[in-house]
Design a protein. Sequence first.
Length: 163
Amino acid sequence: MLSAIVALSKNHVIGKDNRLLWHLPDDLRRFRDLTFGHPMIMGRKTFESLPHILNERHHMVLTRDTKYVVEDKQVTIFSSIGELLANLECDKEYFVIGGGEIYTLLLPLCETLYITKINQDFEGDTRFPELDFAQWYTVESIEVLSNVGNELPHHFMTLKRLH
Ligand SMILES: NC(=O)c1ccc[n+]([C@@H]2O[C@H](COP(=O)([O-])OP(=O)(O)OC[C@H]3O[C@@H](n4cnc5c(N)ncnc54)[C@H](OP(=O)(O)O)[C@@H]3O)[C@@H](O)[C@H]2O)c1
């Protein structure tokens, strides 16, 4: 099963210059709690934007560069979506963690969407694809007001695909 997890602004921006545009520790905590123990699928640019390899999570990295190598047991490189999909196991939950290119490719296959929606617009160079809300229903939406360390009001949302 594929799930996607993303933090986006009101205008669907997710990043700029291969980095995030905000610092929200409670979102990072939610990301860790949800993905912990699960394999994560990401594009090469997102992989390179991580501060380090995240523990207890296998990193499945997409790149077209056939010479791309990462010497770490926690990382597997895939050169196409077909190759990646052929290696997925039915009984596992895989988290698609970005970035823009990979969300666009894999969102149509995702069953669950974990969104952190920041209640303001940002300027950036990478966006999350438009969502067809006719295909999704909201399971949970929790409003988080500005608090110490988390200055930006946001919502934690869980969406499931309608069948
Ligand atoms: N807010 C969030 O939740 C969130 C989450 C993740 C990332 N981000 C942000 O998103 C931005 C990065 O996103 P991005 O769209 O620029 O890059 P990306 O999706 O992370 O990675 C793109 C790369 O993936 C590889 N790729 C794409 N399609 C492929 C395919 N069909 N087969 C094999 N490889 C393929 C290519 O790597 P090669 O060039 O090596 O061939 C491509 O350059 C950053 O700003 C990051 O901070 C935000």
